[in-house]
Structures are given as C-alpha cells and as structure tokens.
Design a protein around this ligand. Structure first.
Ligand SMILES: Nc1nc2c(ncn2[C@@H]2O[C@H](COP(=O)(O)OP(=O)(O)OP(=O)(O)O)[C@@H](O)[C@H]2O)c(=O)[nH]1
Ligand SMILES: [Mg+2]
Length: 202
C-alpha cells in the first residue's frame, strides 16, 4: 500500500467519540507492550504517529489514524498489564467492548502476540472474544527479531497451532519484516485488495 497521508484523527474515551464517516476500520489489539503502536508507525513509515513506550499501558484511549483519506487504522488500548488498578482495567475493557459492539465499520482485527510469550488464560479469552465478535482477524507475532528467522517461523507455527488459528504471520519493526504481508491482508479486509497495487509496499 502506498501511503499518501497518515493523520491522527483523534482519541476516543467513549463510543460517542468514534468516527461516524463510514470509512472502513482495521484495529490492532493485544496485551500492553506487545507493540501495537510501534507496528502502526512501522506500517505507515512514521516514527511518532502513534505514541509508543517501554512502559506498558501507554495507549489508554482508542486512537484513530486516517490513512490516504480512505480508511482508519485503530490503535486500541492494551490489556493484561498487572500493575494498573482494577477500576482502570475495567474501564479499558468496557471501552474495548463498546468499540467492538458500536456497529462501526470494523473490517478486520490484527491480534498482536509477543512471539517470546507463552499463551495464558487471558490470551485464550482474547481469542474467544475475537471469535465471538465474528470479525475477520489475523494473528500477528510481534518482535520476531528476538529470534532467528527460522526459529521465529517455528515458534509462530507452534503458537498458531496452540491457538488453532490458521491466519497468522510474524512481524518485526526492527527488520521491517511482515510489512508487505500485513498490508496485503489489510487491503483485502477493507476491500482494496483487488485493486492493482503499483505502489511500493510500506
Ligand atoms: N525488538 C523489538 N521491539 C519492539 C517491536 N515492536 C515493539 N517493540 C518495543 O516494544 C515496546 C512497546 O511498544 P508499543 O508499541 O508502545 O506497545 P503497545 O502494544 O502499543 O503498548 P500499550 O500502548 O501499552 O498497549 C517498545 O519499547 C517498542 O520499541 C519489535 O518488532 N521488535
Ligand atoms: Mg500503544
């Protein structure tokens, strides 16, 4: 996908603040610190469009980025960070749920999972949740650069098998690995997949 423009279009703390212009949306979900904001920046070739941090819990609102005036990439707040107070955690969950049920133009979800981690109960809940909403999703194993390319593929394959998910890929913001693949999937999800792609990827 050739990026002509990538604009921050606002943060939402409640469903009334979600965009209502009918443009398709692709959202990024996953645990805190998994690399959602970094991945969005990598996809659009911008270092600081989405705010990133070494400290989990950086993204606490639903952030909308308008790409090519055509569709939104949506940075969702991370979950599963033990150190946040229960009330805040419940607030995040409620916000995520309102996003998934708001009847917006959500066309696909990239579910990010840190390739170094072992799945926990919370991750299986996420899977159930995604399946329950019946939104097309792709499992993306982030931080693939932490392993050799072949080790990352083997780990990805095993984790995908554990989750019983067939649509998956690896990604690394350091190696820019997985970008073309993910863009293809996004283009397909928003209905731009069949158009001729004559721009360079990313
Ligand atoms: N080595 C490596 N580090 C990464 C990669 N992607 C993200 N990181 C690092 O992981 C940390 C967290 O990244 P973020 O993009 O802020 O994570 P997030 O999922 O948006 O986190 P929250 O907003 O807290 O939910 C940062 O220090 C990033 O530099 C990757 O592909 N490889
Ligand atoms: Mg973030």
């Amino acid at each position: 996908m050739k990026i002509k423009s990538a604009l921050f279009r606002g943060s939402a703390a409640k469903s009334q603040q979600f965009p209502e212009d009918g443009r398709p949306e692709v959202a990024f979900v996953g645990r805190s610190n998994v690399g959602k904001s970094s991945l969005i920046n990598c996809l659009v070739n911008r270092k600081k469009l989405a705010k990133t941090s070494r400290t989990p819990g950086k993204t606490q609102l639903v952030n909308f980025f308008l790409i090519n005036d055509l569709f939104y990439l949506v940075d969702l707040p991370g979950f599963g960070y033990a150190k946040v107070p229960t009330s805040v955690r419940q607030g995040w969950r409620a916000l995520l749920e309102s996003y998934f049920t708001s009847g917006n133009c959500l066309k696909g979800v990239a579910w990010l999972f840190d390739i170094r981690r072992t799945p926990t109960e919370l991750d299986y809940q996420t899977l159930e949740w995604l399946t329950g909403y019946r939104i097309p999703f792709r499992l993306v194993f982030t931080k693939a650069d932490k392993f050799s390319t072949s080790k990352a593929k083997t780990r990805g394959k095993k984790l995908a098998r554990d989750f019983a998910v067939s649509d998956w890929q690896t990604f690394s913001i350091i190696k820019h690995e997985g970008k073309a693949d993910l863009w293809r999937w996004i283009a397909e999800a928003i209905g731009e997949g069949s158009k001729k792609n004559n721009g360079k990827h990313g």
